[in-house]
Write a protein that binds this ligand. Structure first.
Ligand SMILES: Nc1ncnc2c1ncn2[C@@H]1O[C@H](COP(=O)(O)OP(=O)(O)OP(=O)(O)O)[C@@H](O)[C@H]1O
Ligand SMILES: [Mg+2]
Length: 414
């Protein structure tokens, strides 16, 4: 698996690995500097962890399953009729990374494990889904289980491919999805507020309960103003509570405009500018990727990757989830370990083994570029390119790290 060295004099293990990031959990657990010097680190919206997934969402028959198949090289049914997908399909997609490929080329390891993105293909959403229309509530709960959204927007005309709303209009479709997700969040929060209020009427409330009531009211206000939760202004204390709710409109979105192969190739589509404007007006800062299921399928059939948007979609999804990875690299194995951005060295070490975190002493970090420039670990060390980092070190994407940790029996007991 990973390389571990042992020294007899000191019960010290050394593990080779490459990159990481720190979690909000570790942020709250650190020693704080004096108040005057503190600039509060913003907690990210979303679940904490590296086992996160992206859901493919959109109205029926717009190319969701076709996109899932292209991304994951699977062949789930993607037929020309609405609600072809009912139960969600799950798969892992390799996250392309040239650094990983170079490390594999260099070490020619017995085992090579890249980073993965988990993707779920979800049934189509229709107008009224929040009240049970179409497949309604069941698959809104499938969206709830994901952490970010790839929203497929139909920008292709094809009289043979039925549109449940009668005709192609991606801006209308964007409105439908956005309304349904907001309505579902509103329903959830209204129920939550009722429960919180009835609990308060039954006895004295604590501070946390009061905060929850106040936050729920503010969340409802944001949604009623037609805004998604991820665009509200939230303090860290709010975000900690928000992250326990899994609200649909708190999840970041990448919009994918699925157009005909001809439109994609000539870079012209009558809907694209309107879709972009809708996103800029309603979801400022979120990205739109022009794309075509038909063009991508043709590229795949010809074995070409040049001009494909799939890599961009996968890596953007990975970043939407706030994920990064570090590598363990040696002749036995080159492996990318997925972590959340901001993860500190001990928690990143814990991804490899809990002992690594429990007995953490330090991380020796080498940058990928330095390893490539100097050619070997020994040469990197001689050039002073292995930096010793402590518990507060925030692992950077692409770091190559050597963990030192103590695994005496005493340390294990703690
Ligand atoms: N860019 C495109 N141009 C033309 N046809 C397309 C394009 N993208 C997808 N299609 C066709 O649209 C039909 C529906 O595709 P797909 O099953 O992937 O949609 P879906 O969104 O998963 O549908 P459902 O909601 O029913 O599960 C298929 O026949 C597919 O080949
Ligand atoms: Mg489908």
């Amino acid at each position: 698996m990973f390389c571990v060295a042992y020294s007899r004099r000191l019960p010290l293990f050394v593990a080779r690995s490459c990159f990481f990031a720190s979690s909000p959990k570790s942020v709250s657990g650190r020693k704080m500097p004096p108040k005057s010097a503190v600039v509060e680190e913003k907690i990210a919206l979303g679940r904490v962890g590296s086992n996160l997934q992206v859901g493919i969402v959109g109205v029926p028959n717009v190319g969701k399953s076709s996109t899932f198949n292209l991304l994951t090289r699977q062949s789930v049914p993607a037929e020309n009729y609405p609600f072809c997908t009912i139960d969600p399909n799950h798969a892992r997609v390799i996250v392309p990374d040239a650094r990983f490929d170079k490390l594999v080329e260099k070490y020619k390891p017995a085992s090579a494990v890249p980073a993965f993105l988990q993707v779920t293909d979800i049934a189509g959403l229709v107008k009224g889904a929040s009240e049970g229309a179409g497949l309604g509530n069941a698959f809104l709960s499938h969206i709830r289980a994901t952490d970010a959204i790839f929203q497929i927007v139909r920008c292709f005309e094809d009289a043979d491919v039925t549109h449940v709303e009668g005709g192609v209009d991606p801006v209308r479709d964007l409105e439908i999805i956005s309304n349904e997700l907001r309505l579902k969040d509103l329903e959830f929060l209204t129920k939550q507020l009722e429960q919180l209020t009835s609990k308060r009427n039954r006895g004295p409330a604590d501070k946390e309960h009061e905060h929850m009531v106040d936050l729920t009211k503010r969340l409802v206000e944001v949604l009623e103003a037609g805004k998604d939760i991820r665009f509200g202004e939230w303090k860290n204390a709010d975000i900690e509570l928000l992250n326990t709710m899994q609200l649909l409109t708190a999840k970041p979105v990448l919009y994918i405009a699925n157009m005909s192969a001809e439109d994609y190739e000539r870079k012209k589509n009558k809907w694209l500018a309107k879709v972009k404007k809708w996103i800029d007006d309603h979801c400022p800062g979120e990205q739109l990727v022009p794309y075509s299921v038909k063009h991508e399928t043709a590229l795949l059939d010809q074995g070409k990757i040049e001009g494909s948007q799939l890599e961009k979609i996968i890596t953007t999804g990975y970043h939407l989830l706030n994920l990064a990875h570090f590598f363990t690299a040696g002749e036995d194995e080159v492996k990318a370990w997925t972590i959340q951005k901001g993860t500190k060295a001990p928690q990143a070490a814990g991804k490899i083994h809990t002992d690594f975190e429990r007995g953490f002493i330090c991380a020796e970090v080498c940058k990928f570029e330095d390893l490539m420039e100097h050619g070997s670990e020994a040469a990197c060390r001689a050039a002073g390119k292995y930096r010793q980092q402590g518990r507060e070190y925030v692992v950077a994407d692409g770091d190559i790290i050597l963990f030192r940790f103590n695994v005496t029996k005493d340390a294990k007991k703690k």
